[in-house]
Design a protein around this ligand. Structure first.
Ligand code: SAH
Length: 397
């Protein structure tokens, strides 16, 4: 077993059970990609067992902080079983919730660099780090055994793979057949294509926020709804469920919008209640404003503008501008669901950005609720970096 020695003082984050060690913290030692290594402090004291990644800025990802642990197939199976068991305790998958579930959420489940989602009877998995790549057969077996599923699709086509020196992979790992599956979520159905869809196929993290949107649209009697960055129209279907009579889905992906139309039909709604706009959101909001259009409810769920804090400033300006436009487009009493999925922008900063947008728009509102990712995308006490999705429910005054 190879050892990697850290520079003096650089043991602190592992001692706090934070799972990452950056390149600049390593004093000496090398290993192969994905090899399990013993990480030790400057004085030789054991810190963690970790996967070594020779090409990544994140040089080490900790598997375990217990010196007696063996990082083998049994270890991987225990971690996968614990992750699946947690979801079961959360009622996922379940009739009342959904059969689209995040089963493994990387670091939060003690499996750094692994994302595994279940859509109905098939699994869609991203192996995002060399450590998970090395244990791919064991992870695959463990996921299939823990769920009883027989098909597993690999969606290792994230840009994170490149940073780990790994090639892009998109294809069946186990089983074969159609990559499309219909999942249910609360009271509606959605089609997911694990080969073509974003991420592993869908945005499961917004599941509970879509349900909440349906409730608030109904509670406040919203009629006209603008769903910005709609993707395949999850929030649009939720709006229709809540009784909206005019819903517009805006996205720059024509394929996603075609799916949004399919979802309206699939859930039994009249096609006349829904329209799509294949365009840039910011430009569209400006045009609506110029044309004097107003809406009873708006969703803003943009892509990640700031992956890290280094991009936060520019991203903050983009978020502020969007929120300013949306606040101005709301009818008095109207509802705004506004989100940021940028890891580089925390909940406090996001609130400040939206406050700035309100000042600029000269619009005030009541914050009814703060939102986050669904609980099958958990964060842990020791790894605050895992927190990414945050949102506000605002009612315009
Ligand atoms: N709210 C969705 C997920 C949104 S993901 C859901 O609940 O499923 C972000 C979406 O923004 C993607 O579908 C992407 O195609 C779209 N997008 C990215 N940049 C855009 C832009 N400038 N204008 C419009 N849509 C954009």
């Amino acid at each position: 077993m190879k050892s990697i020695r850290l520079l003096a003082g650089k043991e602190r984050s592992l001692l706090r059970r934070h799972p990452w060690v950056f390149q600049g913290s390593v004093a000496k030692g090398r290993a192969d990609a994905g090899e399990t290594v013993r990480v030790e402090a400057d004085d030789g004291k054991f810190l963690a067992w970790a996967a070594y990644s020779p090409e990544s800025q994140i040089r080490l990802r900790a598997w375990s902080f217990d010196e007696h642990e063996r990082i083998d197939a049994a270890f991987i199976t225990r971690k996968v079983n614990a992750a699946v068991a947690l979801r079961r305790r959360l009622g996922l998958p379940g009739e009342a919730t959904s059969n689209g579930v995040r089963l493994v959420h990387g670091e939060a489940d003690g499996l750094p660099g692994l994302v595994a989602d279940r859509y109905g009877d098939l699994l869609s998995v991203q192996f995002l780090a060399v450590g998970t790549e090395k244990f791919k057969p064991q992870i695959t077996d463990a996921l299939l055994a823990a769920t009883g599923c027989t098909r597993l699709y690999e969606r290792s086509d994230s840009s994170m793979r490149g940073r780990e020196g790994l090639p892009v992979v998109n294809g069946w790992l186990r089983g074969e057949g159609s990559t499309e599956v219909t999942v249910h979520e609360h009271g509606w159905q959605l089609k997911v294509d694990v080969a073509e869809g974003h991420k592993t196929g869908y945005y499961l993290d917004q599941r509970n926020n879509r349900a909440l949107f349906a409730e608030w649209v109904q509670q406040l009697g919203c009629r006209s709804v603008l769903n910005c960055y709609s993707y395949t129209g999850g929030f649009s279907v939720a709006a229709l469920k809540g009784g909206a009579t005019e819903v517009i889905s805006v996205d720059s992906s024509g394929a996603a919008l075609a799916r949004a139309n399919e979802h309206v039909a699939l859930n039994g709604f009249d096609a006349a209640l829904h329209s799509t706009l294949d365009a840039d959101v910011n430009t569209s909001l400006r045009e609506y404003l110029k044309a004097g259009r107003r809406f009873d409810a708006i969703v803003l769920d943009p892509p990640k503008f700031a992956p890290t804090t280094a991009h936060a400033e520019r991203a903050a300006r983009a978020y502020k501008d969007l929120n300013r436009l949306a606040l101005r487009l709301l009818n008095p009493g109207g509802l705004l669901f506004t989100f940021s999925c940028s890891g580089g922008i925390n909940a406090d900063l996001f609130h400040k950005i939206v406050a700035g947008a309100g000042m600029d728009a000269e619009v005030d509102g009541h914050i009814l609720k703060r939102l986050e990712a669904a609980p099958d995308h958990p964060t842990t006490i020791c790894f605050p970096e895992g927190e990414y999705l945050k949102g506000l429910v605002i009612v315009r005054r």
